[in-house]
Design a protein around this ligand. Structure first.
Ligand code: GLA
Length: 384
């Protein structure tokens, strides 16, 4: 996807003039799924696919927005009651509102945008969109007064308040803070983070997209979060200072077994184990021990499939194929309920794995999965 394409659409759709152009990426996550809203760790990186937006103040109090990919045009005002109906436009509206709540004097603008991060593939196309607008609005109307963490929180608050997904901070953080060639370990409780150069010699990271569309908003995500909160409540009655599952051990969980539902118990067990896996994987990856990294990825897949129950038949199948082919690590990536597996593959196995995965998937489900090579790239930025 390129700037010239977005620019040509912007010129054609509006008054022939040009504006400023910004980009924000989607993300991968090596490990640490459903740990962010539990105050735990995540280990994401930004990718070379994302959203490009062109934007220009229009001197009115209206936003005029054009989605190039959907060929859809929407206008909306900037007051709370002006929320547009089209879901893609609600993301932009939500970001405007959240920036206004933070004291930015947002005025009307014309904008067009396009993306090449696949929708619903678990690569956070929505966070890319939110981060791009938060970054641009801060630059155009906010004198860049809002810091990068707050920009990530603007995207997260947009999801909470205007989309209805009670997501954590990982996706927006990764989109804003991404750095070429590095993964980032974020402590979602303290918000401390560290860059880890990730260039696994002899291996490649590849995503295999089941093309099952995940519907995060379909309440299953919010339900998982509630399960975690139920368990925290029970444990906090016995242990002072427990605020998140991050603060809990498996022993503490066992103490409340009789007080929580079986389902909530399983969910919490997965999260507590997963938080530890992130730390183990960071250490292993620093030491160049990719066998351990891979093994932990399989453990995560098992946990997401059997305990957190956010996988699906297609993703379990892709995970099995990876295992059969001798792939070092494989697991469902992102929120789940569809989307991609992320695979750590030895270079010499790459071709065989991809061919086999495509063939066997097609045989079983009658359609081909999509394949994306991962290139770890920079976060939100101004292009022109
Ligand atoms: C979605 C959410 C994130 C995170 C992941 C699961 O991508 O937006 O905050 O919870 O799911 O790790």
């Amino acid at each position: 996807m390129d700037i010239e394409f977005v620019r040509s659409r912007f010129i054609k759709h509006f008054d022939g003039t040009t504006g400023s152009v910004y980009a924000s990426p989607g993300r991968i996550n090596l490990i640490g799924e459903h740990t962010d809203y539990n105050g735990g760790f995540v280990f994401p990186g930004a990718v070379d696919k994302g959203m490009i937006i062109e934007i220009k103040p229009n001197g009115e109090d209206k936003v005029k927005a054009y989605s190039i990919d959907l060929k859809d045009y929407v206008e909306f005002g900037l007051n709370e009651e002006d929320a547009p109906r089209a879901s893609w436009a609600r993301y932009i509206f939500g970001v405007c509102r959240e920036m206004i709540k933070r004291g930015v004097d947002v005025k009307g603008f014309n904008t067009a945008f396009a993306g090449d991060v696949p929708l619903g593939a678990g690569m956070s196309s929505s966070a890319a969109l939110e981060s791009a607008y938060a970054y641009a609005i801060n630059d155009l109307f906010g004198e860049n007064k809002i810091d990068k963490f707050e920009l990530a929180k603007v995207g997260q608050a947009t999801e909470h308040n205007y989309i209805g997904v009670k997501c954590g901070i990982m996706d927006q953080f990764a989109s804003v803070f991404g750095k070429e060639g590095s993964l980032m370990r974020l402590d979602c409780r303290s918000l401390e983070y560290q860059y880890f150069p990730f260039k696994p010699e002899g291996y490649r990271l590849v995503l295999v997209d089941s093309v099952v569309k995940h519907e995060l908003a379909s309440s299953a995500y919010n339900k998982r979060r509630e399960s975690c909160e139920n368990v925290v409540k029970a444990i906090a009655q016995k242990h002072e200072g427990v605020e998140f599952l991050r603060d809990c051990t498996l022993e503490m969980l066992a103490e409340v077994k009789a007080e929580v539902s079986e389902e909530d118990y399983m969910r919490a067990e997965y999260v507590i184990e997963e938080i530890q896996r992130v730390l183990d994987v960071c250490a292993a990856s620093e030491a160049g021990d990719y066998e351990t990294v891979g093994q932990k990825m399989y453990e995560t897949h098992y946990g997401m499939s059997k305990k957190y129950e956010v996988s699906c038949e297609e993703l379990d199948f892709l995970n099995d194929v990876a295992f059969d082919c001798g792939v070092t690590g494989s697991r469902v990536m992102g929120g789940g309920f569809g989307g991609c597996t992320i695979n750590l593959v030895k270079n010499e196995l790459y071709e065989t794995f991809i061919t086999t995965a495509k063939e066997r998937f097609k045989e079983k489900f009658g359609r081909s999965p999509k394949v994306y090579d991962v290139v770890i790239s920079d976060g939100s930025r101004k292009l022109i």
